[in-house]
Design a protein around this ligand. Structure first.
Ligand SMILES: NC(=O)c1ccc[n+]([C@@H]2O[C@H](COP(=O)([O-])OP(=O)(O)OC[C@H]3O[C@@H](n4cnc5c(N)ncnc54)[C@H](OP(=O)(O)O)[C@@H]3O)[C@@H](O)[C@H]2O)c1
Length: 219
C-alpha cells in the first residue's frame, strides 16, 4: 500500500507512522505536515506546507495512493467553536475532498474520538463538529472511509505528546493505562494498536464504517 499520512508529528500520527514503517505491506508513506517528522527512512517522503485549506499546488504529488491516514487534529480546549471548526472540519474536508477526486480507489481513515456525536445536535461542541466531519467524510466518493474513535490512547515506544501536561498525565498514569487497555478495552488503546488497526482496515476492510475503541482493540 502507498499511504498519505496527515498529522505524522502528533502523538497519534507518530504511532501510525511507526507501524507503517514497520509493516512490510506498506510500500511508501507520504507525510504531509507543517513541520518535519525528524525521521529518515527509505519508505518515508515528506511535504511541508502552511496551507491546509487548499492543496491545488501539490495535486500531482497527492495522486496514486491507496490509503490516507488522517491523524491531524487538535483538542477543543481553549478554542472558540469557529476556530475548532476551522481546524477540524475545514482542514479535514479540504484534504479529503481533494484526495477523493485524485484517488477514487483510496481508503480514507479518520481519527476522531470516543463520544463523537453523529447527530451533530448534542451539547458538546467538539463532539458535534467531529460528528459533522465524520458524516461528511462518509459521503465522499472514496472506495471506503472509516472513522476511528479511540478513547484514551497510551503512547508507546518513546512516542510523546506535544502537549506537556498531557504527557505528564500519560507518564503518571502509564501503569493504569496498561491495565485499563488489558481489562477494559472500551476505554483505552495504544498508539501501536491504533496504527496496526488502521493499516489492517485499509488493507482488508471492516464490516462497519465507524470503529469504537473496543473495535480498534479487537482488530
Ligand atoms: N491523544 C489522545 O489520547 C486522543 C484520543 C482520542 C482522539 N484523539 C484525536 O486524535 C487526533 C490527533 O491527536 P494527537 O493527540 O495526536 O494530537 P497532537 O499530538 O496535538 O498532534 C496534532 C497533529 O496535528 C497537526 N496540526 C495541528 N494543527 C494543525 C494545523 N493548523 N495545520 C497543520 N497541522 C496541524 C500537528 O502538527 P504540528 O506538529 O506541526 O503541530 C500534529 O501533527 C485528534 O483529532 C484528537 O482529537 C486523540
Amino acid at each position: 500500500m502507498k499511504i498519505i499520512l496527515f498529522g505524522a508529528t502528533g502523538m497519534v500520527g507518530q504511532g501510525v507512522l511507526r507501524e507503517c514503517l514497520l509493516d512490510a505491506g506498506v510500500e511508501s508513506v507520504l507525510a504531509v505536515g507543517r513541520s518535519p517528522t525528524g525521521q529518515r527512512h527509505g519508505k518515508l517522503h515528506e511535504i511541508q506546507r502552511d496551507n491546509f485549506l487548499d492543496f491545488a499546488d501539490i495535486e500531482s504529488e497527492l495522486t496514486g495512493y491507496d490509503a490516507c491516514f488522517f491523524c491531524l487534529g487538535v483538542t477543543a480546549l481553549g478554542l472558540t467553536e469557529e476556530r475548532y471548526r476551522q481546524l477540524t472540519y475545514d482542514i479535514t474536508m479540504a484534504a479529503a475532498t481533494t484526495l477523493a477526486r485524485l484517488n477514487p480507489g483510496m481508503v480514507f481513515t479518520y481519527v476522531t474520538g470516543a463520544g463523537t456525536d453523529s447527530t451533530e445536535q448534542g451539547r458538546l461542541m467538539w463532539a458535534r463538529i467531529k460528528g459533522k466531519t465524520e458524516n461528511d467524510l462518509l459521503k465522499l466518493p472514496f472506495r471506503a472511509a472509516y472513522m476511528f474513535r479511540p478513547a484514551v490512547i497510551q503512547p508507546l515506544h518513546g512516542i510523546r505528546s506535544k502537549t506537556a501536561w498531557y504527557q505528564m498525565v500519560y507518564d503518571v498514569a502509564a501503569p493504569l493505562l496498561t491495565w485499563l487497555h488489558r481489562v477494559a478495552p472500551k476505554y483505552a488503546t495504544t498508539t501501536e494498536q491504533l496504527g496496526r488497526a488502521m493499516i489492517k482496515v485499509a488493507r482488508d476492510g471492516y464490516p462497519k464504517p465507524v470503529l469504537e475503541n473496543a473495535d480498534i482493540n479487537a482488530i
